[in-house]
Design a protein around this ligand. Sequence first.
Ligand code: C2E
Ligand code: CA
Ligand code: CA
Length: 590
Amino acid sequence: MLTYLNALLLTLSGLTCLALYRHHTTQQKAKQHQLLATRVFETTDEAIIITDPDVNIIAVNPAFCRITGYSETEVLGKNPRMLSSGRHDKQHYQRMWQTLLREGTWAGEIWNRRKSGETYPEWQTISEVRDSRGKLINYIAVFADISSMHRAQAMIENLSWRDPLTGMANRALFLNRIEQAIANAAREGLIAYVLLLDIDRFKNVNEAYGPITGDALLKAIAERFSHVLRKEDVLARLDSDAFALLIPCRTADRIASGHEIVVIAEKLRVLLHNGVEVDGRLIHLDAGIGISVITASSHEIALDVLHHADMAMRQAKSADTNRIVFFEAAMGAAIMQLYQLEQELHLAVAHNELRLYLQPQVDANGVQVGAEALVRWQHPERGLISPAVFIPMAETSDLIIAIDRWMMAGVCKLLAQLKSQGSTLHISINVSPRHFRRADFVDEIKAQLAVSGADAGNLVLEVTEGLVIGDIDQAVAKMNQLKSLGIHFSMDDFGTGYSSLSYLKRLPIQELKIDKSFIDDIITDANAAVLVETILAVARHLHLQVVAEGIETQAQVDFLNSHGAVIHQGYLFGHPEPVEQWLSKLPAAT
Ligand code: C2E
Ligand code: CA
Ligand code: CA
């Protein structure tokens, strides 16, 4: 095998020393030459593989065994493919072979796998070897393990992109990421936010506890922040005590995404305020946060975005109360107002600010047969707030459950009172999916009925199609349990959701509520009229009662009455009004 080496090694790039011998022709020299080649093969730091024309390994050198961990006997006769790491696709190898066949040689970086399973990068040169008649006799590959070079490179990169103290992105990397977010916003319309958080009087910490504790504290803060964030968020440290965040949103809705950001900013602020532990000591901190936004229409460069966040942050730092400030004042005001409202809503139940309103439901003759309970929020400063404003907000958390429970208690109390007056009016109440899905929902309703003495037979639970998404069997089981108590179910907003007839048949409901949006158009739009007619036919077929909501004109009443027996609810028959007012209008005994 070593007899090949003379010729072979001359083809190796990098082993230039051998070229010196090219012009010596005597036997003596040839022999020396061969000896030297053998020695190089045995001692060089670069791994060498020699294969036959069919690419079966016929020789490897000690360096090969050192680098790959395989012994010569383990690889002889095998294809060097056995070393592949799986990191490169088929095309990579195809390109390599194309170059090799065309030019007789290929050089490049390739990732292979050691016997231990570890992958590593190598710089490889592959050359063909042909005899004097040009016939292919061997391939020879020479490679060096360059993982240490890679590590060094990564370290250099780390140094130029990372904050050495916390390991987070530094200003250069952060600006680079903002640039990417700007490109994404322009391309996909997605919004991103930049938050700049500057800690108040951090200098004091350094002075009081020393710079080592100060550094440990900054590291601890970075660590705590990273737990609040998602994978796609970028956290950076720009200055000693200034942190920056880039938060891409999944929506293009300014108010919704802005609200999300305030929630995150507030979380970070509260985290610092509650204290970060370092060296067994809890250190409480405050911070001002400035926020700027990246949208599809912002024609700014990364530096502008950062500058805007910085300006907002300075304003936040100078304020005593308003510690989160948006660069765009108008947007900030709307978002902060919503956020504040949400905070206040948490207290609304405890402060007794919710109100129970009722809206009458009448039969074809205009006689009241029941009412829908609707919640209102009597805000101490803002006045009466519509549930259309605060219910969607409450639905994002368990707050909606507190509201629903408060309403249920009020409705049960009302039912008990109606019972004592000999009234058989039904009261409908809206049940949010989040509440309904709770494991103890059935028990809770039972308990409320028992405590109040209300008649379950006069209680109607209005559910929406969203309720059955997911586990329909479980939903049906719960509904059946409640139905066995005498409770009725009504499908609210019918027609706006999935409205699949198959599940309509499976659910134990007694009533459909045709959504206001259809009723609005029945007189003017033939399609809406046909749709309502169809819903009425389906309801008749399934023996369901129908309530039409949002009735404002006599024409709508006439249309509905001419198509079937429908219960009417709408401003034409009465606006929602406070429970006392509604009660006072009831005839002595209904
Ligand atoms: P909804 O269940 O579809 O309630 C009907 C809404 O239509 C009510 O709005 C009612 O005031 C309004 N409406 C009734 N008739 C007319 C009419 O003729 N014209 C017009 N323009 N509107 C009419 P409201 O009270 O603002 O409630 C909005 C939504 O808030 C409700 O829609 C319901 O989804 C939710 N909601 C209200 N109270 C509660 C509650 O106690 N719990 C839960 N989970 N949700 C509630
Ligand atoms: Ca309703
Ligand atoms: Ca509705």
